[in-house]
Design a binder for this molecule. Structure first.
Ligand SMILES: [Fe+2]
Length: 302
C-alpha cells in the first residue's frame, strides 16, 4: 500500500478544547493540553519502526516532552536519525530546485547560507527560531504529533507554529504516516519566514479564536489547500508537497490536477489522507493571499 505523508486533517475525530475557549495572549497557549492523533496506537505493527524498541522509545520520549512557549525542547538525534535526515535532505533539495516556488527556494538557500539548515545535522529549533523571529516573528514550538485543528490554529494566531521533532524510521525514509521534522523544516520553515505568507497564516489563526466548530472546519480547509497543498503559478507552495519526495515528483511532473482558487469548492472539498490529493489549488501569487483571506472573512461573516 502506498502512503503519502499528510500533516493536517480537519476531520480529526478528537476535539479536546471547549468550542468557545479563547486564549487572550500567547502564554494562555501553555494552559491547555496538546492532545495529538496517536498514529502508533492506530497503526500498531504497521507503524514504521514499531518493532525497533530503541527507535520507539526515542520517539515516545520526544513526543512526551512538555510544549512550552519560549522554551526550546532539545532533542538528541543519533547517527541513524541523521542518516535519514541527510538522505531526505539531498533528494528534496534536488526536487526543490526544479519544482518549488521561488520564495521557498530563496529562504531555504538563506537558511543554508546562515548554516542553520544543512544535510549534516537535524536542525535545532533554537537556531530556526532565531531566524524566524527576525524574518516574520514566528516561532516553532514542539508538540507530540498532529494536534487538533483548533489548537493548531490558535497557535498561528500568536505566531506559534506547533511542530513535531521526531524523525521517521530509517527503514522507510520516503514515508511517514504523520508529520515529522522533515516535513516541518523542509516544508514549512522557509515559507514561514516569508512575511506575506506568515501574515496569511496568522490571519487564519486569528479568525479561529473562539470560533465555532463549523468555522474551524472552514479555516482548516483553507489552511489545508493553501499552506499545506497550495500551488503558486505552477510552482509548489504547500509544505505537504515540499516535504514529500513522492508528492513533489507527482505534482512537479504534471501528474497532479491543478485548479484555480475557488472558495466555494475548497470548503466542500474532502481531504485525502492516504494518497495524493485528487486536485491542488493554484493561488497565483502570494499577494493574492490577502484577497483570499478577505474572501474567507466575508464568507464566514455572512
Ligand atoms: Fe504541515
Amino acid at each position: 500500500m502506498q502512503f503519502i505523508f499528510r500533516k493536517f486533517s480537519v476531520s480529526l475525530a478528537f476535539k479536546e478544547l471547549p468550542t468557545h475557549y479563547k486564549p487572550s495572549n500567547i502564554y494562555d497557549l501553555n494552559t491547555f493540553p496538546k492532545h495529538y492523533e496517536d498514529f502508533i496506537s492506530k497503526l500498531g505493527s504497521e507503524y514504521p519502526g514499531y518493532n525497533d524498541p530503541t527507535y520507539m522509545n526515542w520517539v515516545k520520549k520526544v513526543r512526551n516532552a512538555p510544549s512550552i512557549i519560549g522554551k526550546v525542547n532539545k532533542v538528541e538525534y543519533n547517527s541513524d536519525h541523521i542518516q535519514t535526515w541527510s538522505t531526505l535532505y539531498s533528494k528534496l533539495r534536488k526536487l526543490h530546485y526544479k519544482f518549488a516556488c521561488e520564495e521557498h527556494t530563496e529562504n531555504l538557500k538563506e537558511l543554508e547560507d546562515y548554516d542553520i539548515i544543512s544535510a549534516n545535522e537535524v536542525p535545532n529549533f533554537a537556531k530556526i527560531n532565531k531566524y524566524l523571529k527576525q524574518k516574520s516573528g514566528f516561532q516553532m514550538v514542539n508538540v507530540g504529533g498532529m494536534v487538533e485543528p483548533r489548537i493548531f490554529l490558535y497557535g498561528l494566531a500568536f505566531k506559534v507554529f506547533y511542530s513535531t521533532q521526531y524523525i521517521r524510521h530509517k527503514s522507510v525514509p520516503f514515508y511517514s504516516p504523520e508529520p515529522d521534522i522533515v516535513h516541518e523544516i523542509m516544508g514549512h520553515v522557509p515559507m514561514l519566514a516569508n512575511k506575506e505568507f506568515a501574515r496569511f497564516s496568522q490571519e487564519i489563526g486569528r479568525k479561529a479564536l473562539g470560533a465555532s466548530d463549523d468555522v474551524i472546519d472552514v479555516l482548516g480547509k483553507v489552511y489545508f489547500f493553501t499552506v499545506e497543498f497550495g500551488i503558486l503559478s505552477d510552482k509548489v507552495l504547500g509544505a505537504g508537497i515540499l516535504g514529500s519526495c513522492k508528492e513533489l515528483e507527482h505534482v512537479g511532473t504534471g501528474k497532479g490536477k491543478i485548479e484555480e482558487w475557488n472558495l466555494g469548492k475548497v470548503v466542500k472539498q474532502d481531504l485525502t489522507l492516504s494518497d495524493y490529493q485528487p486536485q491542488y489549488v493554484d493561488v497565483g501569487s502570494l499577494s493574492n493571499l490577502k484577497d483570499i483571506f478577505a474572501e474567507v472573512n466575508d464568507y464566514l461573516n455572512l
